[in-house]
Design a protein around this ligand. Structure first.
Ligand SMILES: *[C@@H]1O[C@H](CO)[C@@H](O)[C@H](O)[C@H]1NC(C)=O
Length: 226
């Protein structure tokens, strides 16, 4: 009996120790030094990432990205633009749980509310003044979703926890720029306005009028914009 109880405690301890590895379903440990992605769209394994290039054929270039010194053109309706370096750009990122981007803002430029389903994000402000924030998921007690936001100066870093809706805006009078890191080789992006008002085919306006408590005309106007 005593032995059985000890055995049960041991199994419980092992299960508890292993539990975190069951709950992290993204970007597993690489299990080898690297796994350079085969540069062939049809070679994608639709389970978890891309297959590995034969290590004998891997070159230094597989680990190189370029162009982060070049501003991205922000002449668009949002006044913002970014250059993403993920596994599709630098194949050496495959299985390593990392990607980066450079984001540029014209004065007043915005990165609209969006989420990354597979990554936590950290932004480092290099130039300008950026207002950044994220919103918690719905609280269990029916209180309002909480906004955490801050005005950031060069050298400041802000973290957006995985999956949460977040945004950035250049609140300075000059252009702004930041460098972003994600703990996924392929963080994914869901821009809220596009996911709600810009789908193909469109979500029925009846769903959206009631959901947003808006007139059908307003919904149709929003649907025409995204
Ligand atoms: C911005 O884009 C618009 C429309 O594409 C164009 O007419 C305008 O010349 C551009 N402005 C600059 C500064 O590039």
């Amino acid at each position: 009996m005593k032995m059985a109880a000890a055995g049960f405690v041991a199994i419980l301890a092992i299960c508890l120790a292993l539990a975190p590895s069951f709950s992290y379903a993204y970007d597993d440990a690489p299990l080898q030094d690297f796994c350079v992605a085969v540069p062939d769209a049809s070679a994608a394994v639709f389970v978890n990432g891309k297959i590995c290039k034969n290590p004998k054929q891997v070159t230094s270039d597989d680990f190189v990205g370029t162009g982060f010194n070049i501003p991205v053109d922000t002449n668009n309706s949002l006044g913002s633009a970014f250059k993403l370096v993920d596994v599709n750009v630098v194949p050496g990122l495959n299985t390593l749980g990392l990607s980066l981007l450079r984001v540029d803002f014209a004065p007043g430029g915005v990165i609209p509310p969006h989420t990354h389903p597979r990554a936590t994000e950290a932004v480092v402000v290099i130039e300008g003044t950026i207002y950044a924030g994220f919103v918690t998921s719905n609280p269990a007690d029916n209180t309002k979703n909480r906004l955490y936001a801050k005005i950031l100066k060069p050298g400041d870093i802000f973290v957006f926890p995985i999956g949460l809706v977040h945004f950035l805006r250049n609140v300075g009078k000059t252009k702004a720029m930041g460098i972003v890191a994600f703990n996924s080789q392929n963080p994914g992006t869901i821009t809220i306005a596009n996911a709600v008002f810009g789908t193909e085919p469109l979500i029925s306006p009846e769903v959206l009028t009631k959901s947003f408590q808006l007139d059908k005309k307003v919904i149709e106007s929003l649907q025409s914009k995204f």
